[in-house]
Design a protein around this ligand. Structure first.
Ligand code: GDP
Ligand code: MN
Length: 390
């Protein structure tokens, strides 16, 4: 789960990390009043669940309360398209109105869960700001990394190493080490999967200030963070993904192709998406139905395909282990009985109770395209989506 910048900053402040003075506004009028309170230049920042706002015109530096109101009225109600959103962008319903900070340098600091070491990884760079992705590509030596052993915790020597890597000197090193320690505490306390400050500004007075903040949370740990759950802004999420969650399908990710996929197991689901691409098609979604003992989730998966106007064909690829093929087959039959399925459905089944599953499908009289194996299934689905019936 993600949160907005203003919410992430409130969490930083709670953990003693310095942030600029400011508040979120939902109307231009409110933005004007906040700017008037700040009394000086302010930045008006579109609040969306995506980065890259600076380059996309979502960050406006304004000199007066009237200008801040104008910037807010431009942004609120619009959709912001950044390199991190889809082509139709993300809706802006709030802006953050903040004192414009005088910073001489823009640093980068983040913590994420490193999939290689399975440990929290702190990343720092003196080259923060909107070009950090390019820096990581072109000059990786400017990025410093440190894995943290949770049993020992974040160590001061790690802080010093990263602080020197960020080009800090003197008292700033101690200040940075303290800030990193606080960020790590926050990362642990709230079960974050990412806590990022970019840029971490160095003010003209030499102090550190979090100019931007991004935070993601581990969905599996949300049950123990009611306060974080309440921050969720469904408007920022893909409507189909919200729908999937409401229907009990937790691992659904909307993608840009036209082949609806229903698979059991995240690894197999990834492989299906790859193989579809390999065969010249593109998946409309990632969908792992998990291990189930009733056919309802299969029916709900078909509801998802019907709700997605880009779906032109469906590929069901089930390797029954804990999930039983007969239960899945019954779900497919139920879906065909309950709904008018307008697109071709390719079915590849293997594993536990395969014979019973096949019997259920063939005796039901439903129209589907049978695939003999995984590769055959992917090829047939790609053909079907292109309107070539085999
Ligand atoms: P992002 O593009 O979505 O990551 O949005 P950011 O909040 O990081 O803003 C992008 C850039 O705008 C930053 O790297 C800064 O250069 C600039 N910026 C944003 N807020 C301020 C501010 O208060 N003062 C100054 N000087 N620059 C700012
Ligand atoms: Mn940023």
């Amino acid at each position: 789960m993600k949160v907005h910048e203003y919410q992430a900053k409130a969490l930083l402040a709670e953990h003693g990390i310095p942030i600029p003075q400011g508040r979120a506004a939902s109307t231009p009028d409110e933005a004007r009043r906040i700017a008037a309170d700040i009394d000086g230049p302010v930045v008006v920042k579109a609040q969306v669940y995506a980065g890259g706002r600076g380059k996309a015109g979502g960050i406006r530096l304004t000199e007066s309360a009237a200008d801040a109101e104008k910037a807010a009225s431009d942004l609120i109600g619009s959709r912001l398209v950044t390199p991190q959103t889809g082509s139709d962008g993300a809706p802006v319903s709030k802006v953050l109105v903040e004192e414009a900070s005088d910073v001489t340098r823009e640093l980068y600091l983040s913590i994420l869960v490193d999939s290689a070491s399975h440990l929290p990884l702190m990343i720092a760079s003196e080259a923060g700001g909107v070009e950090i992705e390019e820096v990581a590509q072109s000059s990786p030596e400017r990025i410093f990394r440190c894995t943290i052993d949770p049993a020992i915790g974040f160590q001061p020597f790690q802080g010093r190493r990263l602080a020197y890597g960020m080009g800090l000197t003197g008292g700033q090193v101690r200040e940075a080490t303290q800030l990193m320690k606080s960020l790590y505490r926050l990362f642990l306390d709230k079960d974050c999967s990412l806590a990022e400050i970019n840029p971490l500004g160095v003010t003209t007075g030499g102090d550190l200030l979090a100019i931007d903040a991004k935070m993601n949370f581990d969905d599996s740990a949300l049950y123990r963070h009611k306060d974080i759950q309440e921050l969720q802004d469904k408007e920022q999420e893909d409507p189909l993904e919200v729908q999937a969650r409401d229907w009990g399908i937790s691992s659904y990710v909307k993608m840009e192709g036209d082949i609806g996929c229903m698979v059991n197991g995240a690894g197999l689901a990834m492989a299906v998406n790859d193989l579809i691409q390999y065969c010249g098609g593109r998946a409309a979604n990632f969908l792992d139905i998990g291990t189930l003992n009733n056919p309802d989730r299969v029916v709900n998966s078909f509801k998802m395909f019907l709700a997605d106007p880009s779906v032109r064909a469906v590929l069901v690829n089930i390797f029954g282990g804990m999930a039983r093929v007969d239960v899945i087959a019954q779900g497919i039959v139920d879906a065909f009985r309950q709904m008018d399925i307008p697109f071709p459905v390719v079915v590849r089944l293997a594993g536990t109770n395969l014979d019973e599953g096949q019997r259920i499908l063939t005796h039901s009289g439903i129209r589907f395209i049978e695939a003999t194996d995984f590769y055959d299934g992917a090829q047939k689905a790609v053909q079907a989506a292109k309107g070539v019936t085999g």
